[in-house]
Design a protein around this ligand. Structure first.
Ligand code: GTP
Ligand code: MG
Length: 283
């Protein structure tokens, strides 16, 4: 008899009971539980420890590329705090001719004084310059639930009975976004595993929208130019902002340098003594 394939509810990896160090592992005894969560998700959730996986960047691209064969609505999420790093040009090739709405997530990190309409306008312009045709742009905080009244309504109207795929670069908050939607419709919290490590979601996670259609969480596309891939787990925690970023002003003389921890450096090469405004993580 063929065993039915099962997938981890937290990350979408195929469940297996044979190889402890591979994704989707659960001990055989755990197969009877109602909600099956793999060992990696369990560790991430309870100990904030991440286990390496056997997938390559291309494996994720191939998974996302399957969306081009569907007739669906694509919700593309970018991290508004790192728009360029999390945008990924050439994305449309992966999702085919499906209509796209663009969501700038983590808006809670921006200073309250940010002009939101200007930001949306800039996002539309930049998306088009990067060659991405989007139906519309919205701002959200998946963590705080900001912007969801409009987003929920827009997704429902625009999907027109079709499936919805939530896509984007790693760590932009796709799973947090879907958890927010699940929480709003059913009261269930943190259904999908999220973490500040890139590469948390490993496969498609299906969430029923109605009897005929589903929303899918997807693995993040990896952009190796993003610094998150090169810092230690400990440093990643320190540099990831959790609260609204605030300006700090530094006065520099000609030839002085600002060091941002051991992470980045700003050289003032030439000019009169003047102030520089820096927006930094403020936790
Ligand atoms: N400040 C802030 N942080 C957020 C928000 N949404 C998500 N995050 C954080 O961003 C990190 C990544 O969130 P995930 O939901 O795991 O991101 P993902 O896009 O699913 O990542 P992968 O599965 O790795 O592709 C976590 O540390 C979240 O807490 C938000 O609206 N505001
Ligand atoms: Mg995810």
């Amino acid at each position: 008899m063929m065993e039915e394939l099962m997938y981890c509810e937290g990350c979408g990896a195929e469940i297996q009971t044979k190889e402890k160090t591979k994704s989707g592992f659960v001990p055989r005894s755990a197969l009877d539980s109602e909600h099956i969560i793999c060992q990696r998700c369990f560790r991430l959730k309870h100990y904030n420890e991440v286990q390496d996986v056997e997938y390559s960047d291309d494996d994720y691209l191939r998974m996302i590329n399957k969306i081009s064969d569907t007739n669906s609505l694509v919700v593309k999420i970018v991290d508004i705090f790192d728009f360029n790093g999390s945008f990924i040009s050439g994305f449309q090739r992966l999702t085919g001719n499906n209509p796209i709405i663009l969501i700038g997530n983590k808006v809670d990190l921006l200073p309250k004084s940010t002009n939101k309409s200007k930001l949306i306008h800039w996002m539309k312009k930049t998306a088009s310059e990067f060659g991405l045709t989007v139906q519309d742009v919205f701002l959200a905080s998946a963590e705080k639930g900001l912007g969801f009244d409009i987003i929920e309504k827009e997704i429902e109207e625009r999907r027109n009975g079709k499936d919805v795929y939530v896509v984007g670069c790693t760590n932009v908050g796709k799973s947090t976004f879907i958890n927010q939607l699940i929480n709003r419709s059913s009261g269930v919290k943190n259904a999908i595993t999220t973490s500040y490590f890139p590469g948390t979601t490993l496969g498609f996670i299906q969430i029923p929208l109605d009897r005929k259609s589903n929303m899918y969480d997807t693995p993040g596309v990896v952009n190796r130019r993003q610094l998150v891939h090169y810092v230690s787990d400990k440093d990643l925690k320190v540099i990831t902002p959790k609260k609204e970023i605030k300006p700090k002003v530094y006065q520099l003389q000609d030839k002085q340098t600002l060091f941002f921890g051991g992470f980045a450096r700003f050289d003032f090469e030439k000019g009169m003594k003047q102030s520089f405004v820096c927006y930094l993580s403020n936790d």
